[in-house]
Design a protein around this ligand. Structure first.
Ligand SMILES: Cc1cc2nc3c(=O)[nH]c(=O)nc-3n(C[C@H](O)[C@H](O)[C@H](O)COP(=O)(O)OP(=O)(O)OC[C@H]3O[C@@H](n4cnc5c(N)ncnc54)[C@H](O)[C@@H]3O)c2cc1C
Length: 504
């Protein structure tokens, strides 16, 4: 595939004395502000190769940012040259590779719009339209269509990566999932190995694993036309510990029972969102393609089963149908806070089962103690088609979970950092008290999610399990990721607190 004829501009170099600099070093999480010598805004693969070569020759530490939606300081901490991919946004059909080529700087919202308007297709990626594909896909992204379609990496056909050889030469490699491809391991490493580890992704190609056609409209799943969304919302004013426990027990057991790949409920993306009692309240929600047979009936029965025996009246229960593209690319959807409330701490876990009663009690305590707190819990239905794929088929190893959990807080002022980070850490530590403060893979837990990055997992103060952070993220796939690292980044040019390490 050729590059676009004329990039919008030649690579721009922005140094600290440039008025553009403060805007270029700030990501979504305002806790972290980069201090690189310069930011290089690139628009072609050739510019990326040149920028990486320049960094290696100068002995400068280089890193890459695409959508800026990373939760930790992985793209900028200690970095001297920051590559900004956010102007490489092309999305097009590549007839040669029979796949959709997506530049690494494209946001999910842009991808959804182009794929939908051009061909009526989509990919099962994340909910927040401002997330960049650059970090999202290599981290094993998922979203509201994942229970019915799988993880986004299940659709990754190929990836172009700028890597640095042992002798310091920077070059672009296209790695595909084809069995005979000499670079297949580089493709595999990009199916969940995490960003900022192997090189700079400049482009992804997406195609469904079983697609045989030459017609682009048949190479990715058909996008929904209409999107059914349901919600039941409770106020903390009327909530009781018993009702909270029943709701959690119902929610967990519903996902245990209805998350097989072939379940009729695989089309239903359900979630639970609970703020601290000083916040909005408690929500059980669901989304699904309204063209699913019996969509309304399935969703109604989900709400009936999850709320059965919860003897506290919700403030309201609703179901609405809206056009899918409107919902999937609604600006700011999923982004926390407002322009000023942008300090974030997140911790995550995969659940093979709903919470045990003692965990529910811990959660209730953390969500109700104190006058005010930004802590919140989000539980997201997982499994379905995600679980039809073997744990080693992609680097995304968690293939039999039924829920993902995000424990988080969002706030505005740096003065609140210490308190709020501590609140999230303590909630997580207490929920996983049985297993050293982290979700060690066992019959109930299955580790954590690298795209919800949390450097505490590598900190013995907060991970007392003796199980290393990389096992929590990558499980048995870690040694293979290390081999890919050795082959494609033998000088460890691309590294950060949670990057795959070179093998010993
Ligand atoms: C508000 C919000 C909502 C989210 N919603 C979802 C969701 O619904 N589903 C989900 O799965 N995840 C979700 N995420 C997590 C998101 O997928 C990850 O944070 C992802 O890594 C972000 O990618 P990015 O390019 O936007 O971030 P960046 O901050 O640019 O990058 C994140 C990491 O990837 C690396 N990286 C970025 N670009 C490249 C590249 N081109 N080549 C190599 N490495 C690269 C960076 O160096 C960094 O280590 C959400 C995050 C936020 C903040």
């Amino acid at each position: 595939m050729t590059e676009p004829d004329s990039p919008a501009f030649a690579a721009a170099t922005i140094t600290a004395d440039d008025p553009r600099y403060p805007s270029m070093v700030l990501g979504t999480n305002h806790r972290f502000v980069g201090r690189p010598d310069y930011v290089r805004v690139v628009t072609t693969t050739g510019q990326v190769v040149a920028a990486v070569a320049e960094a290696v020759a100068a002995g400068k530490r280089i890193s890459v940012r695409s959508g800026g939606h990373g939760f930790e300081d992985l793209a900028t901490d200690g970095v001297e040259i920051l590559l900004d991919m956010s102007e490489m946004t092309d999305v097009r059909y590549d007839a040669e590779r029979r796949a959709f080529a997506i530049d690494a700087g494209a946001t999910l919202g842009h991808v959804y719009r182009v794929l939908f308007k051009g061909w009526g297709v989509t990919i099962p990626a994340g909910e927040c339209p401002e997330v960049g594909v650059g970090g999202h896909i290599v981290g094993g992204g998922y979203g509201p269509l994942s229970r019915s379609l799988g993880a986004v990496v299940d659709y990754l056909y190929a990836v172009e990566v700028v890597v640095v050889d042992e002798d310091g030469t920077a070059r672009a490699i296209v790695a595909t999932r084809e069995e005979g491809d000499p670079h297949r391991e580089l493709w595999w490493a990009h199916t969940g190995g995490g960003g900022g580890t192997f090189g700079v992704v400049t482009r992804y190609w997406m195609r469904a694993p079983d697609a045989r056609s030459d017609d682009p409209r048949e190479l990715l799943p058909k996008a929904p036309g209409a999107w059914r969304s349901g919600m039941a919302v409770w106020s903390w004013e009327t909530m009781t510990p018993e009702a909270f426990a029943t709701l959690q027990a119902n929610f967990g057991s519903w996902f245990e029972r209805n998350s097989d790949p072939d379940s009729p409920y695989a089309a239903l993306a359900g979630y639970f969102h609970g703020t601290h009692r000083s916040g909005f309240g408690l929500t059980v929600g669901a989304h699904m393609d309204d063209a699913t047979p019996d969509a309304e009936k399935l969703m109604t029965s989900f709400f009936e089963e999850v709320t059965a025996g919860v003897d506290v009246e919700p403030l309201f229960v609703s179901q609405q149908v809206r056009p899918w593209l409107y919902m999937s690319s609604y600006p700011g959807w999923g982004d926390p806070g407002d322009p000023f409330t942008r300090r974030i701490k997140i911790k995550a876990a995969y659940l093979r089962k709903g919470y045990a009663k003692e965990q529910t009690d811990v959660l209730y305590r953390h969500l109700t103690t104190g006058e005010a707190s930004p802590v919140q819990l989000i539980l997201i239905g997982y499994g379905g088609r995600v679980n039809a794929v073997a744990p080693d088929a992609t680097a995304a190893a968690q293939r039999d979970s039924v829920l993902k959990a995000a424990y988080m807080a969002v706030w505005a002022s740096p003065e609140e950092d210490d308190t709020n980070i501590r609140l999230v850490r303590e909630m997580y530590r207490d929920v996983y008290a049985r297993t050293g403060g982290v979700p060690v893979p066992d019959d109930a837990n299955d580790g954590s999610y690298v795209n919800y990055a949390d450097t505490d997992l590598a900190d013995p103060e907060w991970n007392t399990s003796g199980v290393p952070w990389h096992t929590l993220y990558f499980k048995d796939n870690y040694p293979r990721l290390q081999q890919a690292k050795k082959t494609y980044d033998p000088r460890d040019v691309f590294h950060h607190a949670l990057s795959v390490r070179l093998p010993d």
